[in-house]
Design a protein around this ligand. Structure first.
Ligand code: ATP
Ligand code: MG
Length: 306
């Protein structure tokens, strides 16, 4: 199956409901969305002008793989995943446009927090810890080194900012005010449970999931909390190759390191609409495909052929 590189998709047979940095959401019916992942890539909070070959297909199929694995490992887990098959009301031309990069999901009310779980201290958590000894305002043990594991994974939510705004790290108490006391503890417990199951699975495959961001929705009919969005992908998580891991220094991120290095070297860090050279887009694509293979045990082509 050959999948073109696309950064913008306009379907004619379904109405577009929303568009994020990477995905477009289309209306299938009252209860169902078509969740379409483009090949857009963002780094340092801005979106590149051109796309990364096969990125949308990798992210869609990694998430689908996780929904299946997590469901097996956590039998009472509810997820938004319905199927990778296109909906019956999608036109033939549109089917071509979303092939390999879309899934049908349940349309749910989204809790407006990013449910971040951290197993290791890095990124903004490491920066805060160096200044104040805390992480998202939480007390954590003294004496941690860069990229050390926490004694136990911790729930460190952030706000879910509108497009173009920055998410802000908050304490679990602040998150509880946003999602409501009724749901806060359940969201936290579920986020930790899914992270632990995912991290254990990835560890069996030589990948450390240093941290990740989940989103949850509410099934208003049953009052159940549902795992939504993308799950444990290289975009929503920091994946580190376990064999190169060393405490006390920064780790190479699996996927965006080439792009970030190039942006920094060219002085393009933080600038909108930058076009990546073809070799940067290509090496980034290879990293995404490599993550897919390591996690799922199949090449993307094998997965797409069913
Ligand atoms: P964020 O950083 O919050 O993920 P984004 O710009 O990355 O924003 P995308 O990943 O491009 O967003 O788009 C996905 C959007 O779809 C997110 O706003 C997410 O909250 C929303 N979403 C995910 N699953 C569902 C669902 N089942 N029902 C409704 N909305 C959903
Ligand atoms: Mg997202």
């Amino acid at each position: 199956m050959s999948i073109p590189v696309v950064t913008n998709i306009e379907l004619s047979s379904l109405a577009k409901l929303a568009s994020g940095k990477v995905r477009d959401l289309y209306n299938v019916d009252d209860k169902t969305l078509l969740f379409v992942t483009t090949d857009r890539i963002s780094a340092y909070d801005v979106i590149m002008a051109n796309g990364v070959p096969l990125k949308g297909a990798v992210l869609t199929n990694i998430s689908a793989h996780w929904f299946k694995v997590l469901q097996e490992r956590i039998p009472d887990l509810k997820t938004h995943f319905i199927t990778l098959d296109p909906p019956a009301n999608l036109g033939d031309a549109d089917k071509e446009l979303v092939r390999g990069r879309s899934m049908q999901v349940r349309k749910l009310k989204v809790f407006p927090v990013e449910a971040i779980v951290r197993g290791y201290i890095t990124g903004s958590a490491w920066n805060e810890y160096k200044k104040s000894g805390t992480v998202h305002g939480l007390a954590v043990p003294a004496g941690l080194q860069q990229c050390s594991p926490f004694p136990e994974p911790i729930y460190t939510p952030s706000t879910k900012a509108e497009l173009g705004q920055h998410d802000e790290n908050i304490t679990p108490e602040q998150a509880a005010k946003i999602v409501g006391e009724k749901y806060a503890a359940r969201i936290e417990a579920l986020a930790l449970k899914v992270y632990k199951a995912g991290a254990a699975y990835a560890a069996e495959r030589g990948i450390i999931i240093a941290d990740t961001k989940f989103e949850f929705g509410l099934d208003e009919e049953t009052d159940e909390i549902v795992l939504i969005d993308e799950v444990l992908t290289p975009d929503s998580s920091r994946f580190w190759p376990a064999d190169e891991y060393e405490v006390g220094r920064d780790q190479d991120s699996f996927d965006k390191q080439f792009l970030r290095n190039w942006l920094t070297k060219e002085g393009f860090k933080g600038k909108d609409g930058v076009e990546m050279p073809a070799d940067i887009a290509q090496s980034t694509s290879e990293r995404y495909l490599d993550a897919f293979k390591r996690l799922t045990g199949k090449t993307l082509q094998e997965a797409l052929q069913g």
